[in-house]
Structure formats: structure tokens, C-alpha cells
Design a protein. Sequence first.
Length: 76
Amino acid sequence: MGQLEGVVTSKGQLVIPARLRRALRIGRGTRVRFEPIKGGIAVYPMQADDIKRFRGILADLGLPPDIEGEPDREIE
């Protein structure tokens, strides 16, 4: 694919070239993982399995008492 360039916006957002997004199936809302490597940053699209690993990561921290004691109710 060769070397490609992206741009960091004034908000700190990274623009990934369209050709690379298509090749890696990165679409709107795709979560990515950043990993520091020697001399740079590696960016990996996260798969559903990667995201599921983090499920329940805060479970043992407990909920605030006002939420924990609230009964289930229908949402209108």
C-alpha cells in the first residue's frame, strides 16, 4: 500500500486516509487502540472481541447508593 499520511486537526483528532480506512474496514464509530512503539504510534482497529474484554471492568467499584437502591422501572 505504500506510505500514507494523515493530519492531526486543531482538536487533536487524527484523519486517517480513506484508502487505509477502506482497507482496514474502519468506518464511522469504529473504536481504535493506540500503542506506543519505538519512534511512533501503532493504531489498531478494535474488533468486537476486543471491546467485550473490557465489559464489566468497573463492576467491582460499586454503584452510588442512590442508583444501586433504585428499583427497575419502565422507560417511556
